[in-house]
Design a protein around this ligand. Structure first.
Ligand code: G6P
Length: 372
């Protein structure tokens, strides 16, 4: 009913709007005044976590994209190797696992069969399994050694939005927690990131308030035959997620690429007017990756692409290469997906509704897939 949807036409729109609060809820009670991470609820001892010499992240669909982003954060902060793998591939290739391997399984529903089978395989090999899950008491957290609930609240729309961003927040918490107890980051370094994390819901609210242009753009793109998405670093999984949302909701062909890979093949797809959504990293710091993405944008533009550029507000130089510019509030590079994903969710949702699709119940898809 309309009441259940909180006045929105679709659950998906409601869930997109709830994202700032959902992130605040994921962080709630897990950050101290002094900016430390408090994860006593995770039933793995500090010693267990100090003994970890390798991390695997295993998930499906949108949750897999959260895992891809987490890899960048965990390796950067914790300095231990972290691999990300699709649950449906993981156990069939006989991965090397032992007592000192931490396997993080990410699942909104906690019932995805592929992820559950991967978790059982990891446990058989004696790895420690930590679940990131949104559904209390579901199978995956019950069978795991430990769980961090995302506290995002029920997600009704089939395509995942707020669950995805809360999974990211949970991954950041785990990464910082590991870095803290293993002594690889100083307390003040952790506190500085925590402060930025705390500020993200405000930035997300600001961003959500100015999505009207994205909605207009979406109506314009509804007849496109394909939309391509490019990004680097954490912007690469964001590009994959943007493309996945479009496939799921709009039933349109869409693909995400690592921007640096364009020249090795995908650039051949660019034709006059091909829409290319470009996820641009922050120019803060040395801005090396940002400059690389900007030159990739120039490359696609030179071949006729219509560029839709998601960049940090104040990055005025990108304007020259953007047919449409979508500014997002500043966040440190690793946290940027909490912002840059939002316009892509709205773009997909609005293109889908402009095409007459039911975004809450896309054809052929299920909220949770309990078969292998
Ligand atoms: C299904 C859903 C996706 C979801 C995936 C993984 O395919 O349609 O939206 O990302 O399952 O679900 P999980 O509950 O394990 O995160």
């Amino acid at each position: 009913s309309a009441a259940e949807k909180g006045g929105y036409d679709y659950f998906m729109l409601k869930e997109i709007a709830e994202q700032p609060q959902a992130i605040a809820d994921t962080l709630l009670g897990r950050l101290s005044e002094r900016g430390e991470i408090i994860l006593d609820e995770v039933r793995l001892t500090d010693q267990d976590l100090r003994d970890v010499d390798k991390v695997f992240i295993v998930a499906c669909g949108t949750s897999f994209h959260a895992g891809m982003i987490a890899k960048y954060a965990i390796e950067h902060w914790v300095r231990i190797p972290c691999e990300v793998e699709l649950a449906s591939e993981f156990r069939y290739r006989d991965p090397i696992l032992d007592r000192s391997t931490l396997v993080i399984v990410i699942s909104q529903s906690g019932e995805t069969m592929d992820t559950l089978m991967a978790l059982r395989h990891a446990k058989e090999q004696k790895a420690r399994v930590l679940a990131i899950c949104n559904t209390n008491g579901s199978t995956i957290p019950r069978e795991s050694d430990a769980v961090l609930y995302t506290h995002g609240g029920p997600e009704i729309a089939v395509a995942s939005t707020k669950a995805f961003l809360t999974q990211l927040a949970a991954c950041y918490l785990i990464g910082l927690h590991l870095a803290q107890i293993r002594g690889v980051m100083y307390a003040d370094e952790v506190a500085a990131v925590v402060e930025k994390l705390r500020q993200t819901p405000d930035g997300m609210r600001t961003l959500l308030d100015r999505m009207e242009e994205v909605r207009e753009l979406a109506r314009d793109l509804r007849t496109a035959s394909t939309i391509l998405f490019i990004g680097r670093h954490v912007g690469f999984p964001v590009a994959l997620e943007g493309a996945l949302k479009l496939k799921e909701l709009a039933y349109m062909h869409a693909e995400g690429f690592a921007a640096g890979e364009l020249k090795h093949g995908p650039i051949a797809l660019i034709d006059e007017g091909t829409p290319v959504v470009c996820v641009v990293p922050s120019p803060a710091g040395r801005g090396v990756i940002r400059d690389k993405v900007v030159s990739n944008i120039q490359e696609v533009r030179a071949r006729g692409a219509r560029t839709i550029v998601i960049a940090e507000e104040g990055d005025e130089d990108v304007r020259a290469f953007a047919d449409h510019l979508i500014p997002v509030p500043h966040t440190p590079t690793l946290l940027a997906p909490l912002m840059t994903t939002i316009p892509l969710q709205i773009l997909a949702c609005e293109i889908a509704t402009a095409r007459g699709n039911d975004v809450d119940q896309p054809r052929n898809l299920a909220k949770s897939v309990t078969v292998e």
